[in-house]
Design a protein around this ligand. Structure first.
Ligand code: BG6
Length: 476
């Protein structure tokens, strides 16, 4: 997309449409806790915590989440009191199914109870099926590198649709399906810490098949009346508008094409046209990365077209041509990071703050994927809790969080006004939660979780601001 947006103009847009929804996003593995209770199996986060607790910030493993299973009624009431109308969580595969792939009654009972409580609180619950939480026994059978696991996911999705089909209105197949391949298989950050670009693309391809199989099943069950007729299915990805230098070389532009192609277009083409971007697949092949395709796959991918899209937006990507065509292990390199001199960085998280990227993404969707409606499914600011200022009453005074969200909403309002069909906004981490290897290092919440006081919740100063915006739709 074109870089920027017009900050001058942005300052004059203050109102979001009347039917625009505000909500909050979270995930099962980051909040529920009760990691081995009620028949829940281990997922990779539990296994990694058990094997190497030192890998997690302050040695806080996956076990407790933010105690949501004990506090869900309180949390739902809190969301409703702030004026939110929707929220998202994920079902944990490892809680819903048993080892033999049948429904775990205790797990199912918890999710029924949760969805009922959400309904009673006046909140629409968006349900995602997979949030980086591969059950460990399936990882041992090859994880996303195995066709057997793709089939197991399709089976899991089918059982979830059948179990909750008359309760859930908004379904999502995956959260950020490029991030898991990158973090686990390419960048060596998450267990099992592999660094292999080609394997990561194979995983990405298998997730694409798994997504498409789930959508196919969803449509069939809906036609058969087993899923409510007004239910919708979507995909959530972290979309990173991809930029390069102001005076790019051909090779810089090529880096943008491939990085944006793998992260953004791959999923956008799949969910709108039921195919992967041919130019991206061809370049991968030319560079020696062959996807694990089989006859019949094209027909499966063709079923992957969704009803709408969730966009997680935290920061843009800035790339330039790679210095070398391969890394030290001989794996393909498509780009190097480009350090934009004007970049504003959230020093806690190391991520660039660039609200204009949301405006650019909105117009990109409008212009390149007409008819595709979308919503901001995550956006948020993680700050080291040690940095938080407290006022005289001991409440965290987080003006930076207000500024961050306000700036993003203003850019979003501009994109909507210029015709981008964005229907709502979910803030990530309304209530502080556990965040993968970073555990509780970066706090996103408008509501503090006190780890020293049994996970007690305390609204931060910013919460009142969020409530006002959510209830008036005016970006104050
Ligand atoms: C998104 C994920 O990538 O960003 C969330 O969907 C995650 O699960 C969030 O927590 C914030 O990232 P982090 O690493 O700071 O927790």
């Amino acid at each position: 997309p074109k870089q920027g947006g017009d900050p001058e103009a942005a300052a004059h847009r203050y109102v979001l449409p009347e039917d625009f929804f505000f909500g909050a996003a979270m995930s099962g593995p980051q909040t529920e806790g009760a990691w081995c209770v009620g028949g829940k199996l281990e997922n990779l986060w539990d296994t990694w915590s058990n094997e190497d607790l030192g890998a997690f910030y302050n040695r806080v493993g996956s076990y407790a989440g933010n105690d949501f299973m004990a506090r869900y009624r309180e949390d739902l009431a809190l969301m409703a009191s702030l004026g939110l109308t929707t929220w998202r969580t994920s079902i944990q595969w490892s809680r819903l199914l048993t080892l033999d792939g049948s429904i775990n009654p205790e797990g199912a009972a918890w999710y029924h109870e949760l969805f009922r409580a959400s309904h009673e609180a006046g909140l629409e619950c968006f349900v995602n099926l997979y949030h980086f939480d591969m059950p460990t026994y399936l990882f041992r059978r090859g994880g996303w590198e195995s066709r057997e696991v793709v089939e197991a996911y399709a089976h899991y999705a089918e059982l979830a649709f059948r179990e909750f089909g008359d309760e859930v209105l908004h379904w999502f197949t995956f959260n950020e399906p490029t991030v898991e391949p990158e973090m686990r298989y390419q960048e060596g950050v998450w267990y099992p810490k592999l660094r292999d670009f080609g394997r990561a693309r194979g995983v990405q391809y298998h997730i694409s098949l798994a997504h498409s199989l789930a959508v196919r099943t969803f449509r069939r069950l809906q036609q058969a009346g087993e899923i409510r007729s007004d239910a919708k299915i979507g995909l959530i990805n972290a979309f990173n508008p991809t930029y390069t230098k102001d005076d790019p070389s051909e090779a810089d532009l090529e880096a943008v094409r491939m990085v944006g192609g793998i992260n953004n277009r791959w999923w956008l083409d799949l969910v709108t046209a039921g195919k992967l971007p041919a130019d991206v697949v061809k370049t991968l092949e030319d560079r020696g990365v062959c996807l694990p395709t089989r006859p019949g796959d094209e027909e499966i991918l063709a079923e992957g077209v969704v009803d709408w899209l969730g966009c997680n937006y935290y920061q843009p990507r800035r790339v330039q041509a790679p210095q070398a065509a391969t890394d030290e292990r001989g794996h393909l390199r498509l780009s190097d990071d480009y350090h934009w001199p004007q970049a504003r960085i959230n020093k806690s998280r190391g991520w660039e703050i660039y609200p204009e990227g949301l405006y650019d993404f909105g117009l990109y969707i409008r212009d390149n994927y007409p008819g595709l409606t979308w919503f901001v499914s995550e956006n948020g600011m993680g700050v080291m809790h040690e940095e938080s200022n407290r006022d005289a009453e001991g409440v965290i005074a987080d003006s930076y969080r207000i500024e961050f969200v306000r700036d993003h909403l203003v850019c979003l309002a501009r994109a909507i006004e210029e015709g981008s069909p964005c229907l709502g906004y979910h803030y990530w981490g309304l209530i502080d939660n556990w965040s993968w290897a970073n555990a509780y290092k970066n706090r996103y919440g408008f509501v503090e979780v006190d780890l020293g006081a049994s996970y007690e919740r305390r609204p931060k100063r910013s919460a009142a601001w969020l409530a006002e915006v959510a209830q008036t739709h005016r970006i104050v």
